[in-house]
Structure formats: structure tokens, C-alpha cells
Design a protein around this ligand. Sequence first.
Ligand code: 13P
Length: 256
Amino acid sequence: MSRALVVGNWKMNLDHVEAVHLTQQLGVILASRPAPHVDVVVAPPFVDLRSVGSVLEADRSAIELAAQHANPLPSGAHTGEVSVPMLARLRVRWVIVGHSERRALYAMSDDVVAATARAVVAGGLRAIVCVGEDEAVREAGRHREHVRAQVLAALEGLSAPEGDVVVAYEPVWAIGTGRSAGVEEVREMAHVIAEALATTRVTGARVLYGGSVNADNAADLLGGGVDGFLVGGASLRAESFGAIVSAGESCYAGGR
Ligand code: 13P
């Protein structure tokens, strides 16, 4: 049976003390509102991973740990970077690959996105590959071909165990703007991504939506046929993130 996936991307927010606090609050909320049909993942900043991991382990929590980025190389002279084996040693299970902020602000090319996805999978971790068009591309009506090309470039040459790759559709114009994509837009792009995936060797990939997801729109957006969410701002508060997880549970509990 399929399961929802809800990932909280904390971006560059919360020091390790604040991160521990939020993790504990999240534990309390998920204990009071269990979501057995949802895989819940949090992606704290690198410096928080060990502390958050310790809390999750002590609580025997089902919440899994993601990193927000990784370097595709295993080690070497790359000041400021972190490798997949280092993350695996911290019991990190997932890595966000090619977030639009990394692509736009840190010049992460399609080639580096693909190399990173391969390194993540080769290292036994799961890749959450981000794709999505910016406003200019959408206005030009090129969003379908743009996202299709991003998916194919990112997954070039990749074969992965069933379910170890997830594709997150995050239109840049919807990120952090309070203006989420509409259900029909999500449905159309989920379809474009599914068609692109069918031409790759990646199987069982879940498709997520990200971009101004909150407690109020999550249930509707699941109607767009995605398997869950990559949540930014609303993942920084336990109550709103818990409500988004609950929306996933309501949708999947009956067997989607
Ligand atoms: P917001 O939910 O803050 O729009 O961020 C989305 C995002 O970029 C998650 O990776």
C-alpha cells in the first residue's frame, strides 16, 4: 500500500537548541495524533543533525532525518562541504538534492544535481530531487518542458532501489510567497513528472509538492495527486507541521 511522505525543510533556521526543542514538540504532537500512513522526515541544518538525531533515537521516534544538501564526492579538499558518508554516519536517511535555492544561489547545475543524486543512492541514502520552474518560465508557457528536462537530467544514468528516489515539484514562484500552486496546476505537473519518470530506470518514485504548503491548504493540494509535501516555513512550527502530517494521514488512511 502506498504511503504519504511529508518532509520539513528547515532551511537555514533554528540553531541546535531550537532544533531540539522543535523536535521534542513534534514528538508530542505526533504521539497524540498518530499518522501510521505517513512517512515523516525533517531536514535540519547540518549543525543540528546530531542533536536532532539523538532526540529521535531517545524517543524511538518514527521521524526520519534528512540533510538539505550533500557534496557528491566522498571526501577531499572541498572547504565548507559535507559528504554522503558523513551524513550516513549520523543516521541521516534522506538528502534533499538540487533545491531551487541551491540551484539559484549556489550555482548548482543539472550535472551536479545528477552527480549528487547518484552519490546519495550509491551511499545507501534516499534522494529527494527538487525540480520546478520560475515565474518567467511559467509565464512563457514552458513549465512542462522545463520540469520534464530537469527530471530527466537529474536522474540520468541513475538506477535505485524501489522508492529510494522522490521527486519534489517546487515551483520557484510558490516558495515562501504564500501563493501556493493551485490543485489543477499541481495535478498537471505531477502528471508531467510521472510521464518523465516512466522513461527512466527509477521505479516507485513518490512525487511531492512544495511551495507555500500550510495547515489550511494541505488537504486540498493532496487532491492534485501528489504523495505528500516538502514543507518550508510551515515546518518550523510543530502545530502547523503536525496538521500537514494529519492531512496526509486522513488522505491515506483509507488506502489511497
Ligand atoms: P515554503 O513552504 O516556505 O514555501 O518553502 C517550500 C520549500 O522550498 C521547501 O523546500
